[in-house]
Write a protein of this length. Structure first.
Length: 214
């Protein structure tokens, strides 16, 4: 395990050098806006979410405003993000709970966040890591794919992958690791065919020689 940890940490350092600009791509100001944007990002691109949220926040600027919103009006505003009716109901429902149980402040623990409608571990970890500055390992489709290709996990369940990555990587680097792996996944380590010849960690990837990994 010690060798695996060292290898993973060295690989992460190379990715940090290759992608110094890696960061949360969802435009936000504060925990509430990031929570909203992350809920909207499910099955949707960050680019699309960033096009929708300025209009959404202009009309319902805070938790209290969203808690009082008509879900149908919210749905009409976010229609282009997909699953818009479900997401609208989740936004209004989450705002209600935050108002009633948390004094209008987005909770800052994973346990409390995942009790909100539309919030799973990935969304909660995005908020914890980027809005509250707490170590949090985000496992999305890119992280899942790349962690498997690098040999950092053999799990398929996101929560089990999260556990493996947290064991391998320093707690202080968990949030950054998510940004770096997502950046790598978007630019080079794509599905179904990775661009191994241009990958900054190709020589550290056990499957890169195949060039046609899953």
């Amino acid at each position: 395990m010690a060798v695996a940890r060292q290898h993973a940490r060295e690989t992460l350092a190379l990715l940090a050098a290759a992608y110094p600009e890696a960061h949360c791509a969802l435009v936000h100001t504060g925990p509430w806006q990031l929570l909203v944007a992350t809920i909207l990002s499910a099955q949707c691109t960050d680019v699309r979410v960033n096009q929708v949220t300025p209009v959404l926040f202009a009309r319902w600027p805070d938790v209290a405003a969203m808690a009082a919103a008509d879900p149908e009006e919210v749905a009409a505003t976010i229609r282009s993000v997909g699953f818009f009716r479900t997401k609208a109901a989740n936004l209004v429902g989450a705002a209600h709970i935050i108002e009633q149980r948390h004094g209008g402040q987005v909770p800052a623990t994973l346990e409390q966040l995942v009790r909100l409608p539309g919030v799973g571990r990935k969304t909660a970890n995005v908020v914890l890591g980027n809005a509250f500055g707490r170590p949090a390992m985000v496992v999305d489709t890119h992280v899942k794919r790349i962690a498997f290709r690098l040999g950092w996990t053999r799990q398929t369940d996101p929560e089990a992958i999260e556990v493996d990555l947290c064991r391998l990587l320093p707690r202080s680097r968990w949030t950054l690791a998510g940004h770096l792996l997502i950046q790598l996944g978007r630019t080079r380590c794509k599905a179904p065919v990775p661009e191994c010849s241009a990958c900054p960690v190709a020589d550290r990837c056990p499957r890169c020689g195949v060039g046609r990994s899953k």
